[in-house]
Design a protein around this ligand. Structure first.
Ligand SMILES: *Cc1c(COP(=O)(O)O)cnc(C)c1O
Length: 400
């Protein structure tokens, strides 16, 4: 027997759950792209994109692309072949961004923190060693969605400043924007990358780059950029189509408009951050109980460095893969695969999973997933500590 009939819940770290209101806003005939509502929507959209990133002064470029596209856009705008970047890698996503730069001919120096959070002292050390100031930017992933580490961006800024180095701070916040506190201006970020399909609750297909005037100046003369990806053309536009280098992504813009209204004007950004923190605390509480006397452990031991939008964990002996399959088949829940924790060719690959609590997710959804996971562990005979659901409920009760 299966109990999967009912609304399926895709509890993976993107695409996240799309609110019905966002879907509804997109469900319309092709709108007028010359004048009227859509064109008039643009100043408000740009204003709200700044609000969600905690900036009053950043330039904003919108791309019809996923996050990989925004990575390449940032690479292209910032660099010429042979320019140097320092990349802090704390998981699969940091690695992939660095690889995209390397494949574009950029000289990438990597500090691999081996699936641990960034140690700012090592960034400072690498920058101090760069006496000629060849390093043009430091890449950091805010939340590495694979390990589910959340790095301390302010500490990286401080490391750059303490080293007396002019490098730009470039941050990938695709998995954290709208979920975890993020302040472009006060954290001294120069380049921020995000995308529509995670905390912004909109289908995949839009990505965004916020960039400081310092980054804009540093991008002058970059040889890698082509007109379509040029962030200057996109951010300093006077005609509507130029924001998009062609036809606007009409329906995505309507969806994004609705999502930003829900996030910023109805729930409120700080309330959304608190909701994510509370949901995360219930997931951590459950795992703490499950991990007692068992082969279960969270990926990130340090609580202060855990993402609030997604939690990665190990359930040994292939337990994670079996549990994912059980949940899909019997409970109508899809959990995230364990990305980059072990090669897909090795048995250990089956030991990792991720539970997303990202975007349009409330208490009953997360508690429901945890309960379904407990049922799956019991059904499969996966050894686990007791009291997880009590602990998860307690965490929610305490957070309210
Ligand atoms: C999802 C994600 C990406 C990749 O985004 P795509 O839209 O799949 O290209 C990059 N970085 C982080 C941190 C992500 O979470």
């Amino acid at each position: 027997m299966s109990l999967a009939f009912g609304r399926h819940y895709l509890a993976i770290p993107g695409p996240s759950v799309i609110p019905d209101r966002v879907l509804g806003a997109m469900h319309r005939a092709a709108p007028n792209i010359y004048q009227g509502e859509l064109v008039e929507m643009m100043p408000g959209l740009l204003r709200d994109l700044r609000r969600v990133a905690g900036t009053e002064k950043a330039n904003v470029a919108i791309y019809i692309a996923n996050g990989h596209g925004a990575w390449e856009a940032a690479n292209a705008n910032l660099f010429s072949r042979g320019n140097k970047v320092l990349s802090a890698v704390t998981g699969h996503f940091g690695n992939t961004w660095a690889l995209s730069a390397r494949n574009m001919g950029i000289d990438v120096e990597t500090i691999d923190f081996d699936k641990s959070p960034v140690d700012p002292a090592r960034i400072e050390e690498a920058l101090r060693a760069d006496r000629a100031h060849r390093i043009k930017a430091v890449f950091v992933t805010h939340t590495d969605t694979a390990t589910t580490i959340r790095n301390d961006i302010e500490a990286v800024r401080k490391a750059i400043d303490d080293a007396g180095h002019p490098a730009l701070l470039a941050v990938d916040a695709i998995a954290s924007l709208g979920c975890d506190p993020l302040h472009f201006d006060t954290w001294g970020i120069d380049v921020l990358i995000s995308a529509s399909q995670k905390g912004l609750m909109t289908p995949p297909g839009l990505s965004f780059i916020w960039f400081s005037d310092k980054a804009l100046a540093a991008s002058e003369g970059s040889e890698l950029v082509t007109p379509y990806w040029d962030w200057k053309l996109r951010s300093q536009s006077t005609e509507f189509y130029r924001y998009f280098g062609g036809t606007a992504p009409t329906h995505h813009l309507y969806g994004l408009r609705e999502a930003l209204t829900m996030l910023l004007d109805e729930e409120g950004l700080e309330a959304a951050w608190k909701r994510h923190a509370a949901l995360a605390s219930s997931v951590w509480a459950a795992f703490k109980a499950w991990s007692r006397d068992s082969d279960i452990a969270l990926n990130v031991a340090d609580k202060t460095r855990r993402s609030h939008s997604v939690t990665g964990a190990r359930i040994g002996n292939g337990g994670a893969m079996r549990l994912r399959e059980w949940l899909e088949k019997n409970a109508g829940v899809t959990l995230g695969i364990g990305l980059g924790m072990a090669p897909p060719t090795e048995p250990a690959y089956g030991d990792y999973l991720r539970v997303a609590h990202m975007g349009y997710v409330n208490a009953h959804m997360t508690l429901g997933v945890l309960s379904a996971m407990e049922a799956g562990m019991r059904s499969l005979g996966v050894p686990h500590g007791t009291g997880a659901l009590d602990a998860a409920a307690q965490a929610i009760a305490e957070a309210i």
